[in-house]
Design a protein around this ligand. Structure first.
Ligand code: SF4
Length: 418
């Protein structure tokens, strides 16, 4: 089998700049929450952040906070706090970890950014159920707890085509948010400002696409595990010039790696597609496990979800609606399978790993026969690993290692018999 080596983690030099802009972002949010003049909106990851930013809100993304709880391994102990008030251990462990952290008055922000004690108090909560229903339940809990308005988009789901009828529906829902947002922010929507923000989101998304597509090179200059960290600005700062500047720099560094033939993983032998969410509390271990097997996990549905080619400053609201409806997670299995097949080809993939995340059925695509169908159509083998994004009680490290090692061995045998 592939020889296990002591993995070398290759540092991405742009990381320092990313940490600086993320730090500036969190301090700005904190300042906005303390200021009488500024307003804070909480938004789901593919909610109408463009609209909120254009209306002057400082925008906080609870999913980002929940992922930080996972990555710092604080989540597992906090989830039971939410369970005690009636939120099941079976539902989204972002939701339960985040509410648990609120109930216990703890936050990873406090450790990372001295002077910040907690996520910023919201003036309004804005969701989009394009990803799941849990986000609405999550925001509704805070709305009641903090006595702030909670508004949102109830998205159509499971469509293969993003039809004009669906775009009409979501456009109207976005427009219906505006009066409440104007009331909370105390200012009318400036359409020109919205166009500017949508243009910046479009530029950010285009650069992020180019960053991820560098991984089509062999060897791949970045891994999925790198991308989960470097997607931070695309998630929380889309619509700002800072995110655009950051991805220009990151892209230049990755292109230099391609030019010098530098792979993120030494002596890359196998190329893997990751389907599903990361296990936040095991990013380092998983990165080292695959690197030690000379295997590059180089592309994923998850990180590619922040690519929105539909944003159009000439038609901001309709194009936002189209972008939010085009998200992978909200589409039918037929669309998803066609998309994944295209990715397998583009990135020269040897195998797929599906992460079946216990508490996130919407991001777990291994439950309705997709691995079998795709394997039959493409001949590319797959492995399903059971785990969770945040709840480490659902993760068996030994089983993951054994299954991954056996899978890479299977890929090696295939290669020899090809
Ligand atoms: S998509 Fe999954 S992880 Fe994200 S909020 Fe919904 S249930 Fe939680």
């Amino acid at each position: 089998m592939a020889q296990e080596k002591q993995p070398q983690r290759k540092k991405i030099e742009a990381t320092g700049q990313m940490m600086q802009i993320m730090s500036d972002y969190f301090y700005d949010l904190n300042a906005a929450a303390k200021s009488a003049e500024r307003k804070v909106a909480w938004c789901t990851s593919v909610g109408p952040a463009e609209l909120l930013r254009a209306m002057g809100f400082a925008v906080h993304f609870p999913e980002n906070h929940a992922a930080m709880l996972g990555a710092t391994r604080m989540a597992t102990e906090l989830i039971p706090e939410a369970n005690t008030i009636g939120y099941s251990p079976e539902i989204c462990s972002y939701l339960t970890a985040d509410i648990g952290a609120y109930l216990k008055h703890v936050s990873p922000l406090a450790k990372a950014y001295p002077g910040i004690e907690a996520p910023p108090r919201p003036d309004v909560l804005v969701f989009n159920t394009n990803q799941c229903r849990d986000v609405q339940d999550w925001f509704s809990w805070y709305a009641k707890e903090l006595n702030v308005p909670c508004i949102g988009i109830c998205s159509p789901k499971n469509h293969t085509e993003v039809s004009e009828v669906l775009i009409d529906d979501v456009s109207r829902q976005i427009e219906a948010l505006i009066p409440t947002l104007e009331e909370v922010s105390g200012q009318p929507l400036d359409l020109q400002k919205l166009r500017e923000v949508v243009a910046l989101s479009r530029e950010c998304t285009e650069l992020w696409r180019q960053v991820l597509e560098t991984a089509a090179a062999a060897p791949a200059p970045l891994t999925f595990f790198d991308a989960t960290i470097h997607m931070g600005p695309a998630v929380v700062l889309r619509g700002t010039p800072q995110a655009v500047a950051y991805y220009r720099r990151l892209l230049a560094e990755l292109q230099a790696r391609i030019n010098s033939g530098t792979g993120a993983v030494d002596d890359e032998q196998f190329r893997i597609y990751w389907e599903g969410m990361p296990v936040w509390g095991r990013l380092r271990q998983h990165s080292e496990l695959f690197a030690g097997l000379q295997t590059s996990v180089l592309v994923s549905t998850y990180c590619s979800s922040w690519i929105f080619p539909d944003f159009d400053p000439l038609d901001p609201i309709r194009s936002m609606a189209k972008a939010y409806l085009s998200l992978f997670i909200v589409r039918s299995d037929a669309y998803k399978e066609t998309y994944i097949k295209r990715m397998l080809e583009k990135f020269h993939i040897d195998g797929i790993i599906y992460h079946d995340a216990k508490t996130c059925p919407c991001n777990s695509n291994s439950r309705y026969g997709m691995p079998q169908r795709l394997e039959q159509q493409t001949g590319i083998p797959s492995l399903v690993i059971s785990g969770d994004l945040n709840d480490l009680r659902c993760v068996s490290d030994e089983q993951t290692i054994t299954n991954v090692e056996a899978f890479i061995e299977q890929l090696e045998e295939r290669k020899h018999h090809a």
